[in-house]
Write a protein that binds this ligand. Structure first.
Ligand SMILES: [Fe+2]
Length: 167
């Protein structure tokens, strides 16, 4: 990917100060960038459907882990946060179904919607829970150790994603 093709550039201020969560957010940014390239280069329905699939399943796994973290840390605002996740998943599913079933093209508006959503979600509600967890003295490091099996599975699942990366 050349520099002028970067659609969503990761900035240090997107960090929530939890390494595993930052890594997963960065992965989502990479998938969006890959989708942008596929759409720009008109790579065809099969390639785009595959990337959309990667985006949806990675997002679901990431949300599930984030929710587990918030639950285990007894974070007080978990309910509205989960609601934001649920809505986005519903929108992503709808987007995928439209594309796959009705064979509609993926529009650039969808890409900018996803970019804005992710940026605002990370800098808004994700930053809030990470700050609250750190203030409450919850050991994120210990949690990361306990959830290491799930993290390993997530990097495993990145293998099939490598196929799509080579733009
Ligand atoms: Fe979140």
């Amino acid at each position: 990917m050349t520099s002028e093709e970067v659609f969503f550039k990761w900035m240090p201020e997107y960090s929530v100060n939890i390494k595993t969560i930052d890594d997963q957010h960065l992965e989502l940014v990479k998938i969006l960038n890959r989708l942008f390239i596929a759409v720009s280069k008109r790579e065809g329905d099969k390639a785009i459907a595959g990337i959309l699939d990667a985006l949806t399943s990675y997002t679901k796994t990431h949300f599930a882990l984030e929710e587990r973290l918030m639950r285990e840390a007894k974070y007080k605002d978990i309910v509205p946060h989960m609601e934001e996740h649920r809505k986005l998943i519903a929108q992503l599913d709808e987007l995928c179904n439209k594309h796959l079933l009705e064979d509609k093209p993926i529009y650039f508006e969808m890409l900018s919607f996803l970019k804005t959503w992710l940026k605002e979600h990370i800098q808004g509600v994700d930053t809030k829970y990470s700050a609250a967890l750190q203030q409450s003295g919850f050991s994120v490091a210990r949690w990361e150790k306990e959830a290491s099996a799930e993290f390993a599975l997530m990097s495993e699942s990145k293998r099939w994603w490598e196929v799509w990366k080579a733009a």
